[in-house]
Design a protein around this ligand. Structure first.
Ligand code: HEC
Length: 246
């Protein structure tokens, strides 16, 4: 391409530039609904204080809208919550939420109680649980274990010796699955997990009561270091550990 000289634009004078700038009112001017400075003489209000004149620049509509809006809102709010009492105040709302949570919690506990198994069952000696357990015991277990757990056909449940492991987890497991070949049935079908858990805890509460005519201890001594101990009785190993050569 052949070289072409740059075209020299004529320099714009300030007045033309200014006019161009003022063609459109700026956002700011529009927001504040300011009138152009040229109209100043029409805006002057007919008074002056210490030589200071005032312009009639009305407040923008949007501002008035917000301003009166907040007032109307405040009055409505006051009436709704404080005078009319239609709405609930924070304290009341809090109480309602707590009541709702209480109901949900009860429902949850009810549901989770029925999912208890031998691994998740917990030691619990609250009087209501023990009372529930006693009821279950009296209706189902007395015939074989005696009214005080002293043992008749079934073993003594009040001593520290257990055929199938002591502690709430083992006892729960024994009751749930039973030892059918030895005459202790599985209670899984007749009792729900909550009842089994309650009766297991009731049996734990009999420990050391030493009822009259108690059957002689059977099984191994089970020493629960901690009643909340979760240790399960391991299934009998077919390999005798002593026979295993190292
Ligand atoms: C028909 C008689 C009978 C009934 C009813 C019965 N059991 Fe038993 N139970 C037995 C016998 C027998 C054993 C011993 C099983 C064995 O020798 O391995 C036993 C064992 C147990 C053991 C294990 C004891 C240990 O030493 O490990 C527990 C716990 C137990 N029963 C709880 C209950 C509960 C709770 C009920 C009621 C829901 C109940 N039993 C109802 C007969 C019964």
């Amino acid at each position: 391409m052949p070289y072409t000289k740059p075209v020299k634009e004529p320099v714009m004078d300030y007045a033309t530039w200014l006019k161009r700038q003022n063609d459109k009112p700026s956002i700011w001017t529009r927001l504040l609904s300011l009138r152009p400075i040229e109209e100043e003489k029409d805006l002057v209000i007919d008074h002056a204080y210490d030589g200071i004149k005032e312009l009639n620049n009305p407040v923008p509509a949007w501002f008035n809208f917000l301003f009166f809006g907040t007032m109307i809102f405040a009055v409505a709010y006051l009436f709704y919550y404080h005078i009319g009492g239609y709405g609930e105040l924070q304290d009341k709302e809090y109480e309602n939420e707590m009541a709702k949570a209480q109901i949900e919690k009860a429902a949850y506990l009810e549901k989770s109680a029925n999912t208890i198994d031998e691994n998740s069952v917990k030691f619990d000696n609250t009087p209501t649980v023990l009372a529930d357990g006693k009821t279950v015991y009296n209706t189902n277990c007395v015939v074989c274990h005696g009214d005080k757990g002293q043992g008749i056909i079934g073993p003594n449940l009040t001593d520290e010796y257990w055929l199938h492991g002591g502690g709430v987890n083992n006892i729960f497991k024994t009751i749930k699955y039973g030892i059918p070949e030895k005459g202790m049935i599985s209670w899984e079908k007749n009792l729900n997990p909550k009842q089994i858990s309650a009766v297991a805890n009731f049996i734990l509460s009999l420990k050391g009561t030493n009822p009259a005519g108690g059957k002689a201890p059977q099984g191994e001594k089970y020493e629960a270091k901690d009643l909340k101990d979760n240790e399960m009785k391991a299934p009998k190993d077919s390999v005798n550990k002593a026979d295993v050569s190292k």
